[in-house]
Write a protein that binds this ligand. Structure first.
Ligand SMILES: [Zn+2]
Length: 151
């Protein structure tokens, strides 16, 4: 499962399906889409409207790329609907979040890691550096900065 959405270039249209929190997670990709002047649409997801989502997604044309950012249980619903309609794994990104999770930016390899809100230390999943979670929030990376832990 991804922790951060990646912009995929050259699609005919982009669909952002999320709730309030998901908007923040998607902001970097959204900036790219606006810069490229690509077509896009936001879909505000709520579990009660899942049938509408199915209808909405099945009306989309070929070349549409789907970004979904939701908590696990809802993400799973959308994933099932999207697969049923025929979105392949090359046509969609599913990002799970939890209110309790925060992103940590690795100062060495620049990878984003996910951590629990109260966590003070973690190991970068890419370069395996031991990181200490700082209270510096980077607007640029949408993450807290992780510095080498003093051991
Ligand atoms: Zn790293």
């Amino acid at each position: 499962m991804r922790i951060d959405p990646v912009f995929i270039e050259g699609k005919r249209k982009y669909i952002f399906c999320s709730d309030e929190h998901g908007l923040r997670v998607l902001s970097s990709v959204f900036e790219h889409v606006k810069k490229e002047k690509s077509a896009y649409e936001w879909y505000h997801f709520s579990a009660e409207k899942r049938e509408l989502l199915e209808e909405f997604l099945s009306k989309q044309k070929m070349g549409t790329f789907l970004y979904v950012v939701l908590p696990y249980s809802e993400l799973h619903i959308v994933q099932t609907i999207a697969a049923h309609i025929g979105f392949s794994s090359d046509e969609a990104q599913f990002i799970e979040y939890s209110e309790k999770w925060i992103s940590i930016f690795c100062c060495r390899c620049h990878e984003l890691n996910r951590a629990e809100e109260q966590q003070t230390e973690l190991t970068c999943h890419q370069c395996e550096l031991k990181l200490e979670v700082s209270d510096h929030y980077s607007e640029l990376h949408h993450a807290f900065l992780g510095y080498p832990a003093k051991s």
